[in-house]
Ligand binder design. Structure first.
Ligand code: NDP
Length: 338
Protein backbone atom coordinates (compact mmCIF):
# COMPACT_ATOMS: atom_id res chain seq x y z
CA UNK A 1 0.00 0.00 0.00
CA UNK A 2 0.96 3.65 -0.46
CA UNK A 3 0.50 6.18 2.33
CA UNK A 4 0.73 9.96 2.32
CA UNK A 5 1.92 11.68 5.50
CA UNK A 6 1.60 15.47 5.70
CA UNK A 7 4.20 17.27 7.80
CA UNK A 8 6.43 14.17 7.66
CA UNK A 9 9.30 15.97 9.42
CA UNK A 10 7.34 16.62 12.62
CA UNK A 11 7.91 14.83 15.93
CA UNK A 12 4.86 12.54 15.74
CA UNK A 13 4.91 12.18 11.95
CA UNK A 14 8.52 10.91 11.92
CA UNK A 15 7.42 8.01 14.11
CA UNK A 16 4.42 7.34 11.86
CA UNK A 17 6.62 7.32 8.74
CA UNK A 18 9.18 5.00 10.36
CA UNK A 19 6.45 2.59 11.44
CA UNK A 20 4.82 2.59 8.00
CA UNK A 21 8.18 1.86 6.35
CA UNK A 22 8.74 -1.03 8.75
CA UNK A 23 5.37 -2.39 7.65
CA UNK A 24 6.34 -2.24 3.98
CA UNK A 25 4.22 0.72 3.00
CA UNK A 26 5.43 3.05 0.28
CA UNK A 27 5.42 6.46 1.95
CA UNK A 28 5.10 9.88 0.35
CA UNK A 29 5.75 12.59 2.92
CA UNK A 30 5.08 16.29 2.57
CA UNK A 31 7.88 18.55 3.84
CA UNK A 32 8.21 22.33 3.84
CA UNK A 33 11.49 22.62 1.96
CA UNK A 34 13.78 20.66 -0.32
CA UNK A 35 16.48 20.92 2.34
CA UNK A 36 14.28 19.28 5.01
CA UNK A 37 13.18 16.64 2.51
CA UNK A 38 16.77 15.65 1.77
CA UNK A 39 17.73 15.65 5.43
CA UNK A 40 14.88 13.31 6.40
CA UNK A 41 15.18 11.11 3.32
CA UNK A 42 18.71 10.39 4.56
CA UNK A 43 17.47 9.61 8.06
CA UNK A 44 14.61 7.35 6.90
CA UNK A 45 17.11 5.67 4.60
CA UNK A 46 14.55 3.69 2.58
CA UNK A 47 13.84 3.40 -1.12
CA UNK A 48 10.17 3.25 -0.10
CA UNK A 49 10.25 6.85 1.12
CA UNK A 50 9.84 9.86 -1.14
CA UNK A 51 8.82 13.43 -0.43
CA UNK A 52 6.93 16.31 -1.99
CA UNK A 53 7.51 19.94 -1.00
CA UNK A 54 4.43 21.71 0.39
CA UNK A 55 5.75 24.92 1.97
CA UNK A 56 2.41 26.05 3.41
CA UNK A 57 -0.66 23.86 3.85
CA UNK A 58 -2.87 26.97 4.12
CA UNK A 59 -2.43 27.99 0.47
CA UNK A 60 -5.39 26.96 -1.73
CA UNK A 61 -4.53 23.91 -3.81
CA UNK A 62 -1.47 23.21 -1.59
CA UNK A 63 -1.80 19.42 -1.92
CA UNK A 64 -3.18 19.13 -5.47
CA UNK A 65 0.13 18.45 -7.21
CA UNK A 66 1.13 15.85 -4.62
CA UNK A 67 -1.98 13.77 -5.23
CA UNK A 68 -1.83 14.24 -9.00
CA UNK A 69 1.75 12.95 -8.98
CA UNK A 70 1.00 9.95 -6.74
CA UNK A 71 -2.29 8.35 -7.80
CA UNK A 72 -1.48 5.11 -5.93
CA UNK A 73 -1.99 6.71 -2.49
CA UNK A 74 -4.57 4.67 -0.58
CA UNK A 75 -4.16 6.01 2.96
CA UNK A 76 -3.65 9.59 4.08
CA UNK A 77 -2.34 10.77 7.43
CA UNK A 78 -2.90 14.50 7.87
CA UNK A 79 -0.51 15.32 10.69
CA UNK A 80 0.91 18.72 9.67
CA UNK A 81 -0.24 21.62 11.75
CA UNK A 82 1.38 24.49 13.59
CA UNK A 83 1.73 23.34 17.18
CA UNK A 84 2.50 26.21 19.52
CA UNK A 85 0.59 28.32 22.00
CA UNK A 86 1.95 31.71 21.00
CA UNK A 87 -0.62 34.53 21.11
CA UNK A 88 0.91 36.41 18.22
CA UNK A 89 -1.51 36.76 15.30
CA UNK A 90 -3.57 33.72 16.25
CA UNK A 91 -5.74 33.84 13.15
CA UNK A 92 -2.84 33.89 10.69
CA UNK A 93 -0.47 31.59 12.61
CA UNK A 94 -2.87 29.00 14.04
CA UNK A 95 -6.49 29.09 12.89
CA UNK A 96 -5.92 29.60 9.16
CA UNK A 97 -3.21 26.95 8.59
CA UNK A 98 -5.17 24.36 10.53
CA UNK A 99 -8.61 24.96 9.14
CA UNK A 100 -7.58 25.80 5.58
CA UNK A 101 -4.87 23.13 5.57
CA UNK A 102 -7.40 20.47 6.50
CA UNK A 103 -9.89 21.63 3.89
CA UNK A 104 -7.13 21.79 1.27
CA UNK A 105 -5.95 18.24 1.79
CA UNK A 106 -9.50 16.85 1.81
CA UNK A 107 -10.42 18.62 -1.41
CA UNK A 108 -7.17 17.46 -3.07
CA UNK A 109 -8.04 13.88 -2.08
CA UNK A 110 -11.58 14.31 -3.34
CA UNK A 111 -10.42 15.60 -6.74
CA UNK A 112 -7.18 13.69 -7.32
CA UNK A 113 -6.78 10.97 -4.69
CA UNK A 114 -9.11 8.55 -6.38
CA UNK A 115 -7.60 5.47 -4.70
CA UNK A 116 -7.74 6.88 -1.16
CA UNK A 117 -9.91 4.74 1.12
CA UNK A 118 -9.06 6.02 4.61
CA UNK A 119 -8.02 9.43 5.92
CA UNK A 120 -6.55 9.67 9.41
CA UNK A 121 -6.60 13.14 10.88
CA UNK A 122 -4.33 14.07 13.79
CA UNK A 123 -6.52 16.22 15.97
CA UNK A 124 -5.91 16.69 19.70
CA UNK A 125 -7.40 16.36 23.15
CA UNK A 126 -7.54 20.15 22.81
CA UNK A 127 -10.63 19.49 20.67
CA UNK A 128 -12.07 17.21 23.39
CA UNK A 129 -11.54 18.84 26.80
CA UNK A 130 -10.37 22.44 26.67
CA UNK A 131 -13.49 24.59 26.98
CA UNK A 132 -12.31 27.96 28.35
CA UNK A 133 -13.63 28.73 31.82
CA UNK A 134 -15.40 25.38 32.20
CA UNK A 135 -14.96 23.48 35.46
CA UNK A 136 -14.16 19.89 34.52
CA UNK A 137 -13.70 18.71 38.12
CA UNK A 138 -15.98 15.70 38.74
CA UNK A 139 -16.99 15.68 35.07
CA UNK A 140 -16.57 12.75 32.74
CA UNK A 141 -14.85 13.25 29.38
CA UNK A 142 -14.98 10.66 26.60
CA UNK A 143 -14.70 10.24 22.82
CA UNK A 144 -17.98 12.13 22.32
CA UNK A 145 -16.81 15.24 24.21
CA UNK A 146 -16.03 18.45 22.35
CA UNK A 147 -14.27 21.60 23.48
CA UNK A 148 -16.80 24.38 23.16
CA UNK A 149 -15.66 27.80 22.04
CA UNK A 150 -16.49 30.33 19.37
CA UNK A 151 -14.18 31.63 16.66
CA UNK A 152 -14.07 34.98 18.50
CA UNK A 153 -12.98 33.29 21.76
CA UNK A 154 -10.30 31.40 19.85
CA UNK A 155 -8.81 34.68 18.64
CA UNK A 156 -8.13 35.85 22.22
CA UNK A 157 -4.90 34.02 23.01
CA UNK A 158 -2.60 31.25 21.87
CA UNK A 159 -4.01 28.55 24.15
CA UNK A 160 -7.62 29.04 23.09
CA UNK A 161 -6.37 29.68 19.55
CA UNK A 162 -4.70 26.29 19.42
CA UNK A 163 -7.76 24.53 20.89
CA UNK A 164 -10.03 26.43 18.51
CA UNK A 165 -7.86 25.55 15.54
CA UNK A 166 -8.11 21.84 16.39
CA UNK A 167 -11.88 22.03 17.04
CA UNK A 168 -12.73 23.92 13.85
CA UNK A 169 -10.36 21.85 11.68
CA UNK A 170 -11.69 18.57 13.05
CA UNK A 171 -15.31 19.68 12.69
CA UNK A 172 -14.67 20.79 9.11
CA UNK A 173 -13.16 17.37 8.38
CA UNK A 174 -16.14 15.46 9.83
CA UNK A 175 -18.50 17.67 7.87
CA UNK A 176 -16.56 16.90 4.70
CA UNK A 177 -16.40 13.16 5.43
CA UNK A 178 -20.11 12.98 6.17
CA UNK A 179 -21.27 15.40 3.49
CA UNK A 180 -24.06 14.47 1.14
CA UNK A 181 -21.52 14.23 -1.70
CA UNK A 182 -20.12 11.28 0.19
CA UNK A 183 -16.40 11.11 -0.62
CA UNK A 184 -14.83 7.81 -1.69
CA UNK A 185 -12.97 7.50 1.61
CA UNK A 186 -13.86 7.27 5.26
CA UNK A 187 -12.12 8.96 8.16
CA UNK A 188 -10.74 8.25 11.62
CA UNK A 189 -9.40 10.87 13.99
CA UNK A 190 -6.64 10.56 16.59
CA UNK A 191 -6.94 12.93 19.58
CA UNK A 192 -3.81 12.64 21.74
CA UNK A 193 -3.31 14.40 25.05
CA UNK A 194 0.26 15.73 25.67
CA UNK A 195 2.76 13.54 23.85
CA UNK A 196 6.11 12.63 25.42
CA UNK A 197 8.72 10.12 24.33
CA UNK A 198 11.95 10.05 22.33
CA UNK A 199 12.46 11.55 18.90
CA UNK A 200 12.47 8.96 16.10
CA UNK A 201 16.14 9.85 15.48
CA UNK A 202 18.59 10.65 18.25
CA UNK A 203 20.32 13.22 16.04
CA UNK A 204 17.15 15.35 16.22
CA UNK A 205 17.03 15.41 20.04
CA UNK A 206 19.77 18.01 20.61
CA UNK A 207 18.00 21.35 20.51
CA UNK A 208 14.75 22.97 19.33
CA UNK A 209 12.63 20.12 20.57
CA UNK A 210 8.94 20.11 19.66
CA UNK A 211 6.59 21.85 22.11
CA UNK A 212 5.47 18.89 24.22
CA UNK A 213 8.93 17.34 24.74
CA UNK A 214 10.27 20.85 25.36
CA UNK A 215 8.32 20.71 28.63
CA UNK A 216 10.40 17.71 29.77
CA UNK A 217 13.59 19.36 28.56
CA UNK A 218 12.74 22.33 30.80
CA UNK A 219 13.52 20.12 33.84
CA UNK A 220 16.99 19.42 32.48
CA UNK A 221 17.63 23.16 32.33
CA UNK A 222 16.53 23.90 35.91
CA UNK A 223 18.83 25.47 38.45
CA UNK A 224 18.59 24.29 42.10
CA UNK A 225 16.74 27.43 43.19
CA UNK A 226 14.27 27.47 40.26
CA UNK A 227 10.62 26.55 40.75
CA UNK A 228 9.28 23.64 38.68
CA UNK A 229 7.68 24.52 35.34
CA UNK A 230 3.91 24.92 35.92
CA UNK A 231 3.04 22.60 33.05
CA UNK A 232 0.72 19.67 33.97
CA UNK A 233 -1.89 17.56 32.22
CA UNK A 234 -2.55 14.16 30.72
CA UNK A 235 0.00 12.07 28.90
CA UNK A 236 0.52 9.55 26.08
CA UNK A 237 3.75 8.24 24.49
CA UNK A 238 4.70 9.15 20.92
CA UNK A 239 5.36 5.51 19.98
CA UNK A 240 1.81 4.63 21.00
CA UNK A 241 0.48 7.65 19.13
CA UNK A 242 2.20 6.38 15.98
CA UNK A 243 0.83 2.85 16.51
CA UNK A 244 -2.64 4.29 17.06
CA UNK A 245 -2.42 6.09 13.70
CA UNK A 246 -1.75 2.75 12.01
CA UNK A 247 -4.73 1.16 13.80
CA UNK A 248 -6.83 4.17 12.78
CA UNK A 249 -5.79 3.52 9.17
CA UNK A 250 -6.11 -0.23 9.05
CA UNK A 251 -8.93 -1.25 11.37
CA UNK A 252 -12.51 -1.42 10.13
CA UNK A 253 -13.65 -0.69 13.68
CA UNK A 254 -11.82 2.65 13.69
CA UNK A 255 -13.81 4.06 10.76
CA UNK A 256 -15.75 7.16 11.81
CA UNK A 257 -14.26 7.05 15.32
CA UNK A 258 -12.29 9.48 17.44
CA UNK A 259 -9.43 7.74 19.25
CA UNK A 260 -8.62 9.68 22.41
CA UNK A 261 -5.13 8.66 23.52
CA UNK A 262 -4.18 8.96 27.16
CA UNK A 263 -2.27 6.83 29.63
CA UNK A 264 -2.54 8.85 32.82
CA UNK A 265 -1.92 12.31 34.17
CA UNK A 266 1.03 14.20 35.64
CA UNK A 267 1.75 17.18 37.83
CA UNK A 268 5.21 18.82 37.92
CA UNK A 269 6.17 16.96 41.12
CA UNK A 270 5.55 13.63 39.37
CA UNK A 271 7.90 14.53 36.49
CA UNK A 272 10.53 15.76 38.96
CA UNK A 273 10.26 12.56 41.03
CA UNK A 274 10.68 10.31 37.98
CA UNK A 275 13.67 12.22 36.64
CA UNK A 276 15.37 12.47 40.04
CA UNK A 277 14.87 8.77 40.70
CA UNK A 278 16.33 7.59 37.40
CA UNK A 279 19.03 10.20 36.79
CA UNK A 280 20.96 10.66 40.08
CA UNK A 281 23.18 13.35 38.55
CA UNK A 282 20.15 15.56 37.93
CA UNK A 283 19.34 15.54 41.67
CA UNK A 284 21.97 18.28 41.89
CA UNK A 285 19.91 20.64 39.75
CA UNK A 286 16.26 19.53 39.99
CA UNK A 287 14.84 20.56 43.38
CA UNK A 288 13.37 17.80 45.56
CA UNK A 289 10.06 19.65 46.05
CA UNK A 290 7.45 17.72 48.03
CA UNK A 291 7.73 14.18 46.64
CA UNK A 292 4.56 12.88 48.29
CA UNK A 293 2.47 15.38 46.29
CA UNK A 294 3.09 13.55 43.02
CA UNK A 295 -0.53 12.46 42.69
CA UNK A 296 -2.12 15.85 43.34
CA UNK A 297 -5.35 16.33 41.36
CA UNK A 298 -5.06 18.04 37.99
CA UNK A 299 -6.39 21.57 37.53
CA UNK A 300 -8.75 22.66 34.76
CA UNK A 301 -8.96 22.01 31.88
CA UNK A 302 -7.41 18.61 32.67
CA UNK A 303 -9.46 17.99 35.82
CA UNK A 304 -12.06 15.85 34.05
CA UNK A 305 -12.03 12.08 34.47
CA UNK A 306 -11.30 10.63 31.06
CA UNK A 307 -13.08 7.46 30.03
CA UNK A 308 -11.36 6.39 26.83
CA UNK A 309 -12.17 2.69 27.17
CA UNK A 310 -13.76 2.66 23.71
CA UNK A 311 -10.43 3.84 22.23
CA UNK A 312 -8.39 1.35 24.23
CA UNK A 313 -10.60 -1.47 23.06
CA UNK A 314 -10.06 -0.52 19.41
CA UNK A 315 -6.30 -0.09 19.95
CA UNK A 316 -5.92 -3.41 21.75
CA UNK A 317 -2.28 -2.95 22.71
CA UNK A 318 -0.58 -2.22 26.01
CA UNK A 319 0.54 1.40 26.29
CA UNK A 320 3.82 2.83 27.52
CA UNK A 321 3.80 4.20 31.07
CA UNK A 322 4.58 7.80 32.01
CA UNK A 323 7.67 6.62 33.87
CA UNK A 324 9.05 4.71 30.87
CA UNK A 325 8.22 7.55 28.52
CA UNK A 326 9.91 10.22 30.62
CA UNK A 327 12.98 8.02 31.22
CA UNK A 328 13.35 7.29 27.49
CA UNK A 329 12.87 10.96 26.63
CA UNK A 330 15.46 12.20 29.13
CA UNK A 331 17.98 9.45 28.28
CA UNK A 332 17.84 10.37 24.63
CA UNK A 333 18.22 14.10 25.21
CA UNK A 334 21.19 13.57 27.55
CA UNK A 335 22.84 11.15 25.13
CA UNK A 336 22.39 13.44 22.15
CA UNK A 337 24.10 16.25 24.07
CA UNK A 338 27.08 14.21 25.30
P1 NDP B 1 5.66 19.31 15.27
O1 NDP B 1 5.73 20.78 15.44
O2 NDP B 1 6.87 18.50 15.52
O3 NDP B 1 5.13 18.95 13.81
C1 NDP B 1 4.30 19.76 13.06
C2 NDP B 1 4.59 19.55 11.60
O4 NDP B 1 3.70 20.36 10.80
C3 NDP B 1 6.01 19.96 11.20
O5 NDP B 1 6.49 19.05 10.25
C4 NDP B 1 5.81 21.34 10.60
O6 NDP B 1 6.82 21.67 9.67
C5 NDP B 1 4.46 21.15 9.91
N1 NDP B 1 3.77 22.43 9.69
C6 NDP B 1 3.41 23.35 10.61
N2 NDP B 1 2.80 24.40 10.02
C7 NDP B 1 2.78 24.13 8.70
C8 NDP B 1 2.31 24.84 7.55
N3 NDP B 1 1.71 26.04 7.67
N4 NDP B 1 2.48 24.28 6.33
C9 NDP B 1 3.10 23.07 6.20
N5 NDP B 1 3.55 22.36 7.25
C10 NDP B 1 3.40 22.88 8.47
O7 NDP B 1 4.46 18.85 16.22
P2 NDP B 1 3.92 17.43 16.66
O8 NDP B 1 4.54 16.34 15.91
O9 NDP B 1 3.95 17.41 18.13
O10 NDP B 1 2.39 17.57 16.22
C11 NDP B 1 1.86 16.90 15.11
C12 NDP B 1 0.35 16.91 15.20
O11 NDP B 1 -0.06 16.32 16.42
C13 NDP B 1 -0.27 18.28 15.16
O12 NDP B 1 -1.47 18.18 14.41
C14 NDP B 1 -0.59 18.58 16.62
O13 NDP B 1 -1.66 19.48 16.72
C15 NDP B 1 -0.96 17.19 17.09
N6 NDP B 1 -0.84 16.99 18.53
C16 NDP B 1 0.38 17.05 19.18
C17 NDP B 1 0.46 16.84 20.54
C18 NDP B 1 1.76 16.89 21.27
O14 NDP B 1 1.76 16.93 22.50
N7 NDP B 1 2.91 16.88 20.59
C19 NDP B 1 -0.74 16.58 21.35
C20 NDP B 1 -1.96 16.49 20.57
C21 NDP B 1 -1.99 16.71 19.22
P3 NDP B 1 8.12 22.54 10.13
O15 NDP B 1 8.63 21.92 11.40
O16 NDP B 1 9.04 22.38 8.98
O17 NDP B 1 7.62 23.92 10.35
Amino acid sequence: PTAFVSGATGYIAQHIVALLLSKDYQVVGSVRSEEKGQHFAKLFNSSHFSYVVVPDIAIPGAFDEAFKAHPAISTVFHVASPFHLSSENVEQNLLKPLIEGTKNILSAIKSFGTNVRRVVLTSSAAAVEATPGYDYADKLVNEDSWTELTYEQALKNGIDGYSGSKVFAEKAAWEFANSEHKPHFDMAVVNPVFVFGPQAFESEAKENLNSSVGHIDAYLKLKPTDPYPTFEGKFTDVRDVAKAHIVAAESAEAANQRLVLCNGGFVPQKLANIIREHFPKLRETIPVGTPENENAPLQNPFAGKLDNSKTNKILGFEQISLEQSVVDTVSQILKSRE
